[in-house]
Ligand binder design. Structure first.
Ligand code: MLZ
Length: 461
C-alpha cells in the first residue's frame, strides 16, 4: 500500500545525471498539478531557498538560480558561485522549500551568502541587484494554485463500479478507501474470493477509463459481478456508505451510433488489455450503449472472460494496418505467422470485414513527449506500483513506456493523455512510494548484492 515509504536511496537528480537523460515537462501531463502554470517556470528563474552552506546557529537563506528543470524537480545554484557547479543541488519546485524573491524581506528572514563562494564580492547588495534585474521568480500564487489543483470531489466511502482484474469483461462494486494525489485505492465490497490476509483492492486515477458511477454497468449493458451476501472475513470489510454521482467521472467523447457504426464481428487492431505492450488482431464482440464496445483479442478469448470494454473514442483501439504503417510488430492469432500475415487474407479467411477507419478517434493535438524522456508511470498490470520509466517510442498519440531496469516484456502502451503517467517528482510531491529500477545502485553499496534484472512475466501474471 501507498503508506509504505519509497525504497530508500533513489534520487531523481542523481539518476538523471547518471543516465544523462531529460525528463518530460510537467506541461506534458494535463492531469498533473500545475500543468497549466508550468509556462511560468523557466531556466534562470531566481528563488529564495535555505542556505545549507553556512555555519550560523540560525536558519539563513540565499538566492539561487534554476540551472536545470526535470519534471517537478530543479537543479539550483546559489548566487555567487557563477560557473562553479560544485555546490549545485536538486530540489523540488513544489515542496514549499522554494520561495519567490522578496519572501525573506516580507517574513523577516536573513539573506546570507554561502561561505564557500570563492570570489571576493565587496558589495553583495549591488551584486544581487545586478543579477536579479530582468529575471523571473516563482509566481506569488504558485502554492495557492498547487493547493487548488490538488482538490478533488471524490471522497472516502464513495461506492463505484470498477473493472474486475481477475475477470476483465466484468465490473465489480468497490468503495474508495483512500485518495492520494488523485489516485484512488478501491476496496472491493465482495472479499469472498480473496486469499486470507489479502485485501482485494485496485488502484486507479480518478480520471481512469476503468472507473464508473454506480449503475453504469446496467446502464450500458456491461457485465457486473453479482453482489454476494457473504462478503468474506469481517476483518477485511470496508463498506462504502454512499453512491457516487456521475458528474464526478470523466465522460468519454460523444459518439454517434446512428448510420455506419461498429458492428459485432468487425475486425481491428487493439492494445491487449492483459499485455499492454502488444497490439493485437481483435474483434468487436459486442456493441454496448453510450459508445462502449466489448473487444476480444483473436485467438485467445474463447469464453468471453477476457473481452475488454473500450469506448469507441478510446485510443487503444486502432484501424487495421495501424501497426504495419507505424512499423510496430502486430500480435497475430497463434495459428498465424506474423511474418506473412496480411489483413486482406485474414479478413477473407475469417469471412469478416474491418471496422471502417473513420470510426476511430483521430484527435491528435500533439504533445511534448519524445523518446528517452523520463517520467513516473503506473505499472498497469499492478496498478499500485508507480515506477521510474522512460518513453521508448512515440507513435502519434501513443507512447511506448519502458520500466527502467525491467525487460522489454514489461513495456506498456499509454495514450499521451493517460492519467497513469506523471512527471518526475510527482511521487515525492504526493508522498506516494516510487519504485526505483530494480538493483539500481546510486549511493548504497550494500544494495549491490541485490542487483538483478526484472523477471519476465506471463500474460495474466
Ligand atoms: N511481481 C511482479 C512485479 C512486477 C513489477 C514490474 N514493474 C515494472 C513480477 O516480478 O512479475
Amino acid at each position: 500500500p501507498a503508506q509504505e515509504a519509497s525504497p530508500a536511496g533513489f534520487e531523481w537528480g542523481a539518476y538523471l545525471e547518471k543516465e544523462t537523460a531529460l525528463a518530460a515537462a510537467v506541461s506534458c501531463f494535463r492531469h498533473a498539478p500545475l500543468c497549466a502554470q508550468w509556462d511560468d517556470i523557466s531556466l534562470g528563474m531566481k528563488v529564495e531557498v535555505l542556505n545549507t552552506n553556512a555555519v550560523l546557529p540560525s536558519k539563513v537563506y540565499w538566492i539561487a538560480s534554476v540551472i536545470q528543470i526535470a519534471g517537478y524537480k530543479a537543479l539550483l545554484r546559489y548566487e555567487g558561485f557563477e560557473e562553479d557547479s560544485s555546490h549545485d543541488f536538486w530540489c523540488s519546485l513544489v515542496s514549499a522549500e522554494l520561495n519567490p524573491i522578496g519572501w525573506c524581506a516580507m517574513t523577516s528572514k536573513l539573506l546570507v551568502p554561502p561561505q564557500d563562494v570563492k570570489q571576493h564580492i565587496p558589495d553583495w547588495k549591488e551584486y544581487l541587484m545586478k543579477t536579479l534585474v530582468g529575471n523571473h521568480t516563482l509566481p506569488v500564487d504558485f502554492y495557492l494554485k498547487l493547493g487548488e489543483s490538488m482538490r478533488t470531489s471524490f471522497r472516502v466511502g464513495m461506492r463505484v463500479e470498477v473493472v474486475d482484474p481477475k475477470h476483465v469483461s466484468r465490473t465489480r462494486l468497490a468503495a474508495v478507501h483512500s485518495i492520494r494525489g488523485g489516485r484512488l485505492r478501491l476496496v472491493y465490497e465482495d472479499q469472498s474470493d480473496a486469499p486470507e490476509n489479502i485485501v482485494d483492492d485496485f488502484w486507479c486515477h480518478l480520471a481512469s477509463a476503468l472507473l464508473h458511477q454506480i449503475g453504469w454497468s446496467q446502464q450500458v449493458g456491461h457485465n457486473i459481478k453479482a453482489p454476494v451476501t457473504t462478503t468474506g472475513p469481517a476483518s477485511k470489510s470496508f463498506r462504502g456508505n454512499y453512491d457516487s454521482s456521475f458528474v464526478l467521472f470523466k465522460k468519454p467523447r460523444f459518439v454517434y451510433m446512428e448510420g455506419c457504426y461498429f458492428e459485432e464481428g468487425m475486425k481491428l487492431e487493439a492494445i491487449d488489455p492483459l499485455n499492454l505492450g502488444s497490439i493485437c488482431v481483435a474483434t468487436i464482440q459486442k456493441v454496448l450503449l453510450d459508445g462502449y464496445l466489448m473487444v476480444g483479442i483473436d485467438g485467445v478469448s474463447s469464453n468471453g472472460y477476457d473481452w475488454f470494454c473500450y469506448h469507441a473514442s478510446s485510443h487503444a483501439i486502432l484501424p487495421v494496418d495501424f501497426c504495419k504503417k507505424n512499423n510496430i510488430p502486430l500480435t497475430v492469432p497463434p495459428d498465424y505467422d506474423s511474418q506473412i500475415f496480411t489483413w486482406e487474407e485474414y479478413l477473407m479467411d475469417t469471412n469478416s470485414k474491418s471496422v471502417p477507419p473513420r470510426l476511430f478517434n483521430a484527435d491528435f493535438p500533439g504533445h511534448g513527449f519524445s523518446p528517452d524522456m523520463k517520467l513516473e508511470a503506473v505499472d498497469l498490470m499492478e496498478p499500485r506500483l508507480l515506477c521510474v520509466a522512460t518513453v521508448k517510442r512515440c507513435v502519434g498519440r501513443l507512447l511506448l513506456i519502458h520500466f527502467d531496469g525491467w525487460e522489454d516484456e514489461f513495456d506498456q502502451w499509454f495514450d499521451h493523455q493517460s492519467p497513469d503517467i506523471y512527471p518526475v517528482g510527482w511521487c515525492d510531491l504526493m508522498d506516494y512510494p516510487l519504485q526505483p529500477p530494480p538493483g539500481l545502485v546510486l549511493y548504497d553499496p550494500a544494495a549491490q548484492n541485490k542487483k538483478q534484472k526484472g523477471k519476465r512475466r506471463k500474460r495474466n501474471g
